[in-house]
Design a protein around this ligand. Structure first.
Ligand code: ATP
Ligand code: MG
Length: 421
């Protein structure tokens, strides 16, 4: 096809040429072709080839076996980039969750197993030829997302495609073709059968990459996918519509490239237990789960007029290292309410930052005395040490100038003495 000269990296030309010289037809395919056609900066250039993985490993010196069973070999090019080279494939058997594949002979077979017309376009960089058997280019021009072939069949092969449809529609502002949309809605009940890893990765991609995650998530919600996968969010959406809308708006107000910050924003209005339940179903790492939960459940910043004590209490409870994240969440929330609300958050943030920078103690570890001091005073180590230090911290949060050895040992004497009386 004419008029399409994408800026293909030199390394891609080089890989294609080497494979073709060895007798293996090779095409660029997928996201990069789609994005170049749409005039967007293209991400990863993936290649699809007649060569079998063993051939690819022989033809190139530096390769990584990324997924040999699925036909994928990483080729490390001179530009330092790793390109995925995957053998032509066709599906032999599908069950809605995973596919048994076989290697295929032609690029046409390979394109037939791809999910959406806009993702089923191949480009041959040496011949400058576009192969677009399903009209992906005109769908792209018209802003339409539709499956390759029968939507209900294609979703039944792999239900993850339902979520992928929402992601692509949201990311590129496409409208989902009527039949594809109906089939997606009808398929939502099957989403629960997908592995939590695949579901999680889909959600994280929406949160990571979409300039406006609210679009994809609204499709998740109207299709029934939220109800199927995230019932904790469904109750928010149904019972507290304005909170759900504020949540979506705050996602859009947060930057791309911060998927976990946006994840915390998604859970900010869900009660703590439900949030943790949702996070554990996503099977993030323990630390990722914990951090997301702490950010999601953090109290909003104290108002700019709050006194130092209130701010220190907040910093100690939230964890001073979380100040920036929580402030960004608050600010994203305030954006929907207007400039005054934003200015208030910014002022509160400044105030909390200044308090934090002043070096006042905010945790037991920063107190002028510790467990050893208590042992020196002849006390027996035990659980009450923690309690005593906790009480001291509360006093110091109230009056930071009490954080001296003398003042704190005096307080300990008072406390212990009071107990003994
Ligand atoms: P992104 O920019 O998000 O990476 P992409 O189109 O490159 O977008 P990938 O998930 O990287 O998406 O997949 C690459 C290509 O593989 C897709 O364009 C599509 O042709 C095909 N593909 C990926 N997942 C599926 C699937 N579940 N079913 C059918 N085809 C798929
Ligand atoms: Mg990709």
């Amino acid at each position: 096809m004419k008029n399409f000269r994408p800026a293909v990296p030199g390394a891609v030309d080089w890989i294609v040429r080497k494979l073709e010289d060895a007798g293996h037809e090779t095409w660029a395919v997928g996201g990069a072709v789609r994005d170049s056609l749409a005039g967007r900066a293209s991400g990863d250039w993936d290649l699809t080839t007649h060569a079998r993985p063993g051939d690819v490993q022989k033809i190139f010196r530096r390769t990584v076996p990324l997924g040999i069973d699925h036909g994928t070999v990483g080729v490390l090019a001179r530009d330092g980039t790793m390109y995925e080279v995957t053998t032509f494939r066709r599906d032999v058997e599908t069950d809605g969750r995973h596919a048994v594949i076989a290697f295929a002979e032609t690029v046409t077979e390979d394109l037939a197993r791809r999910d959406f017309t806009i993702n089923a376009i191949a480009y041959h960089p040496l011949r400058e030829e576009l192969l677009d058997p399903y009209g992906g280019r005109s769908d792209l021009d018209a802003g339409v997302l539709r499956t390759v072939g029968s939507p209900s069949e294609r979703f039944a092969e792999d239900y993850l495609r339902v979520l992928r449809a929402f992601r692509f529609a949201g990311r590129f502002g496409l409208s989902i073709h009527a039949e594809t949309w109906q089939a997606a809605q009808a398929a939502s009940g099957h989403l629960r059968d997908l592995s939590s890893e695949r579901v999680r990765e889909e959600l994280l991609k929406v949160l990571d990459v979409d300039p406006r995650p609210s679009i994809a998530l609204s499709l998740y919600s109207t299709s029934g996918a939220i109800a199927a996968l995230y019932p904790e969010l469904e109750s928010l959406r149904v019972d507290r519509v304005s909170a759900w809308e504020a949540t979506l708006a705050s996602l859009d107000a947060l930057p791309v490239g911060r998927p976990y910050l946006r994840l915390a924003a998604l859970l900010r209005d869900v009660d703590a237990q439900a949030g943790i339940q949702l996070l554990s179903r996503l099977r993030l790492s323990n630390s990722q789960t914990e951090e997301s939960a702490l950010r999601a459940t953090a109290e909003p910043l104290p108002p700019p007029g709050a006194d130092g004590h209130q701010i220190r209490l907040w910093l100690a409870a939230t964890g001073p290292q979380r100040l920036t994240a929580v402030a960004r969440l608050d600010l994203a929330r305030a954006k929907a309410l207007g400039p005054t609300a934003c200015a208030t958050v910014v002022a509160a943030w400044r105030r909390a930052k200044a308090e934090r920078r002043s070096g006042v103690p905010l945790s037991v570890g920063e107190l002028a005395i510790n467990g050893r001091t208590l042992i020196h005073k002849g006390m027996k180590p035990g659980p009450e040490f923690g309690q005593i230090l906790g009480v001291l911290l509360q006093r110091v949060l109230e009056r930071p100038e009490l954080n001296t050895v003398e003042a704190l040992t005096g307080l300990v004497d008072d406390l212990v003495g009071r107990e003994q009386r």
